[in-house]
Write a protein that binds this ligand. Sequence first.
Ligand code: AMP
Ligand code: MG
Length: 348
Amino acid sequence: MTTQLIKVRGLMENFDDFVRAGNLLKNGEVVAIPTETVYGLAASAFSPDAVEKIFKAKGRPQDNPLIVHISDFDDLAKITEEVPETAVRLAENFWPGPLTMILKKNEKIPHEVTAGLSTVAVRFPSHKYARAVIEAAGVPLAAPSANLSGKPSPTSAQHVMRDLAGKIPMIIDGGECEVGLESTVIDLTGEKPMLLRPGAVTLSQLCRVLGEVLVNPKISEEVDDGEKVASPGMKYKHYSPEAPVVIIEGDAEDFVRYVIANAAEKKAAVLCFDEEKELFSNTGINAVSYGSKEDPQSLAHGLFAALRTLDEMSLDIIYAREPDLSDGMEQAVVNRLGRAAAFNRISV
Ligand code: AMP
Ligand code: MG
């Protein structure tokens, strides 16, 4: 299969391409689309056969459910059993945007989408091209991140090309994704709302709207084999380069000293803050920076692209830096990097 890469200049300029993407989706095909979080691989959420193509193209484990994307708040009631008032309040505050809500599904959503669960994950993205494709398809779209399973989520159409060229018919290229990390996921089906995945909508923002929000402990620790988790995605190794990643805690000088002392005889590289890159300039050690220490949004935006760059260097080990935890976007960055490192941290 040849993969068509459509470079979008604007909704009007590329009107025909959006119609074509919609038609592909209506006919049970998959299309990769940009969103404000990461690129998604979309298919009709009402078609088990189309959804099966997503799992196949990505090599995604069958028990990992998909997020359903809508382009109108009213569509939420059409695919769920009930819309609790917590969902209404969250939607008023954060939709359209990078927040996914878990709700009880109704019979319109096939089990293939939810991996057999009785709940469904739903998001209303803000990206205008994502919304244009959903509208052109005329149905809600199931869309996980458009990467090969296990690889970092794609934040540019080139990343999607690298993983899925030849496997899918079309990629809508809307440039780099603004946020760069996947959506915040909150479960609204329990007695109290529970955060399952941190993202650009932060815990403190959620608490401001809902009052108390529980935090699933598996956000920040490894899941044991066979352990039952609230969100199947937590079980899987994610975002990982081939080489092991170790997070080094300490100040910049201790970090450099540790890396120089331990990198000998190894093909090692560093994933660091912009402010630290220069410290490695005469060491012979490759340093890839992913954003400014002072700007968590820049770290979120750059993390996955940096992990992909490192993955192309055939390394033995990657020494990484993470921001200090706070009540903002840092949580999501620490969570994704933590997973890439299997939560392996060394204090120096
Ligand atoms: P992705 O779209 O690739 O970012 O992955 C979607 C994430 O949402 C995965 O971690 C899934 O396990 C999670 N997810 C999707 N549906 C549900 C659900 N019904 N209950 C809990 N987690 C879900
Ligand atoms: Mg994913």
